[in-house]
Design a binder for this molecule. Structure first.
Ligand SMILES: [Zn+2]
Length: 284
């Protein structure tokens, strides 16, 4: 038993990213050719996993992206054309070992960014890979481009010990989860939480607080898990975003986590930070 609150999937230390080495081309080449260097193996556009859910490594053949160090072992990846989205990757994420999840997320977002952002957004020229793959530089206009991170708020709204959860049309039958949306330019996280809950469910909230974060590599989101107190329970659902939204009691949420057949909904999968938010609320 532990008293620590559950951490979101994809969180953890990952590798030593060794930022100071990234600009040293000769050092990275020597590392890739040296003993102990390994390259991530990919399969069908996603990192390959063993039956135990661990990442698969092989001797470097095209070590373009320097992921960092696992102990003394330098780890690299090629650039892969990542086509999988979260829905197609969920079976793999269910198998993925939690200790390898942070590296899975970093490699996936980084490889996809390179395969989709080859040209300069400023002048259109083909850019070149620098800093061990952690940026691209334009030889024509000298602009530097960095792997994107897209902030998303995902939040539980609470009223009188009940939680608001919604379902999107593509969810598996019975699944309800936390509402979420992209943070827009010029917004705080709190403003984005309040706006999204009003836009999608028609409720006003206050006392918005941050709970936990999670990298979400489809393609490069950073999920900010939040909690807010709702001022009323009357819902106006934006049916362009949500198929349904409802309030659930603590007992109903607990039943979903017990996989109770009489539970009124199915809890989010382990890879989703919504599951962590619900677990922490139940534990509170
Ligand atoms: Zn340029």
């Amino acid at each position: 038993m532990t008293d620590l609150p559950p951490e979101p999937f994809f969180s953890g230390p990952g590798l030593d990213r060794a930022d100071a080495l990234r600009a040293d081309v000769a050092a990275l080449q020597a590392l890739a050719a040296g003993p102990g260097a390994l390259q991530l193996k990919w399969r069908d556009g996603l990192p390959e996993l063993t039956p135990e859910g661990r990442l698969v490594w092989e001797p470097p053949s095209s070590p373009v992206l320097f992921l960092g160090f696992d102990g003394d072992s330098a780890r690299f990846s090629a650039i892969e054309d990542v086509t999988a989205d979260a829905r197609t990757a969920f079976p793999l994420m269910a198998l993925l070992h939690a200790d390898d999840a942070p590296l899975f997320a970093a490699a996936l977002s980084l490889a996809r960014w390179h395969s989709r952002h080859r040209f300069c957004a400023n002048c259109g020229h083909l850019t070149e890979i620098v800093r061990g793959g952690w940026s691209r530089r334009c030889p024509a206009c000298a602009a530097e481009h960095y792997p994107r991170v897209d902030p998303v708020v995902i939040m539980l709204a609470e009223h009188d010990d009940r939680l608001l959860l919604g379902r999107q049309p593509h969810y598996p039958p019975g699944r309800y989860s936390a509402l979420a949306g992209f943070v827009e330019v010029g917004e705080t996280l709190e403003a984005a939480v309040a706006r999204e809950l009003y836009e999608e469910a028609g409720i006003r909230v206050h006392n918005i607080r941050y709970v936990a974060s999670q990298p979400w590599p489809f393609p490069s989101s950073l999920m900010f898990g939040c909690h807010a107190d709702a001022e009323s329970t009357e819902l106006t659902i934006d049916t362009a975003e949500l198929e349904d939204a409802r309030w659930f009691t603590r007992e109903e949420v607990a039943a979903a986590f017990r996989d109770d057949p009489s539970a009124p909904f199915q809890a989010p999968p382990k890879a989703a930070i919504a599951r962590t938010l619900l677990e922490r609320w139940l534990g509170a």
